[in-house]
Design a protein around this ligand. Sequence first.
Ligand code: BMP
Length: 262
Amino acid sequence: MVSFSQQTYASRGEQHAHPVAKQLFATMERKQSNLSLAADVSTKSELLEIADKVGPYICVLKTHIDVISNFDQDLVVQLQALAEKHDFLIFEDRKFADIGNTVKLQYGGGVYRIADWAHITNCHVIPGEGIIQGLAEVGMPKGRGLLLLAEMSSKGMLATGAYTDKNVDMAIRNEFVIGFIGSRRFTEERDLITMTPGVGLHASGDALGQQYRTPEHIITENGSDIIIVGRGIYGPGKDAVAEAQRYREAGWNAYLKRLDQN
Ligand code: BMP
């Protein structure tokens, strides 16, 4: 069988059974973008502004909704409108990590009601498989998808070896799971999408343990599918639109190069 990383995003989308994965692959192909923006800004207006400016170049907008100091329901309404306008999916990087019953409450309710607006969210599997089942009870009926944090990008991270392997096993047997946060392709048993944070063209890291690798390393060499970029796009003194264009091109060229290696 041809490895999933040797197939086009378009054909993977056509074959995929999960509605969110299908939509994501189709969006990537349509926009020729495997770039996700990590929009870690702290106010409603900043988030809406960057989503509107960078929206045309990304396939996924990744949010940390709990860092927005003046969050309200209108923010979500406007984010959804921008997702329609610019054709991207919304990924709330919530990193759930509690028992199944608690994450159900956190995902479906509370102030943020994440399951109502985020196409994708993610979790740690540290509590065991019940966390996936709890999130699936809320997210599956709404047609949402889940990523497992099989690895992290930060220095000294503990998600390695047997723990990473357990993530892969759980992902394969849970249809709510569409993929991973991690640095590479993890399995050929099922088409699970890898999204990789810690991507930068210029810096090697930050003062708090973040580590950056290039799009080419992540996409061409490691077989990951989507690059997640934050400060590389909107950091101090940067022209966010120009940087988003640059990362989109770098990510897409790395994907074309991977296909060429067939
Ligand atoms: P930046 O490109 O500015 O370093 O941002 C990276 C983003 O990806 C942040 O939103 C962070 O929460 C997220 N992230 C990460 O950096 N490493 C991981 O392993 C998992 C993440 O979600």
